[in-house]
Write a protein that binds this ligand. Structure first.
Ligand code: ZN
Ligand code: ZN
Length: 220
């Protein structure tokens, strides 16, 4: 699991907090207006063909605005946040180069699309662990996988809140689970929403997000 700090290609100024790269050909699923697309601490490469968000092009790196604390917002006209409709609107604090486009208005999902041609990556300590769950086996399969992934010392069954609380008490550190095919699995009867809520209810230690297969992967 690689972690990186983004720096400005032009002036080398640091642009981000440490970000864990998500290495999987998946797209975020169920994009919700007003909600972050990418979990804190993650760098999510937009798969080739990714076309859901106007501020993000395939090949961009999607990140959370909060992970770019020093970026300067300018040149955008949203109603209550930057719309991203006017092109790149996040600038380097060192040299003012525009390196990313933020969507942060009320009517759209919130995400920043970083142009990889404008930044470089410097190795960093991993701050967030990201695991990809391939899905498909129902609630018990997910519970078993998560127990194993977190190296749980006890078996909590489907009591995922207890599992997450035990993790937080034992090993402080953020874990993000990317659940591939979560929407399909929910349609087939797995209570994905309730399971994710149980994890979230236990605090920030373990977060699960939905993902779908990228178009190219499905086509191939
Ligand atoms: Zn608005
Ligand atoms: Zn710069």
């Amino acid at each position: 699991m690689d972690a990186w700090i983004l720096t400005c290609r032009a002036c080398r100024a640091p642009l981000s907090l440490p970000l864990t790269a998500l290495d999987a050909q998946v797209d975020p699923a169920r994009l919700e207006e007003g909600r972050d697309v990418v979990p804190r601490g993650c760098l999510w490469p937009a798969a080739p063909g990714f076309a859901e968000l106007h501020a993000v092009r395939g090949g961009d790196w999607m990140v959370c605005r909060a992970d770019l604390p020093d970026a300067v917002s300018r040149g955008d006209h949203g109603c209550c946040g930057p719309s991203g409709l006017d092109g790149p609107n996040l600038h380097c604090p060192g040299c003012d180069a525009a390196f990313a486009t933020e969507m942060g208005d009320c009517w759209a999902p919130h995400v920043v699309g970083v142009d990889p041609r404008r930044v470089e990556r410097a190795q960093a300590e991993v701050s967030t662990a990201v695991y990809v769950y391939e899905g498909g086996g129902g609630a018990w399969a997910f519970a078993a996988w998560l127990h194993e992934t977190l190296a749980a010392e006890d078996w909590y069954g489907l009591e995922l809140g207890q599992l997450a609380a035990a993790w937080a008490a034992r090993a402080p550190g953020a874990v993000v689970v990317v659940w591939v095919g979560a929407d399909d699995e929910e349609a087939a009867g797995t209570p994905v929403t309730a399971m994710m809520a149980a994890l979230a209810g236990a605090g920030p230690g373990v977060t699960a997000v939905r993902a779908g297969l990228a178009p190219e992967v499905e086509a191939g």
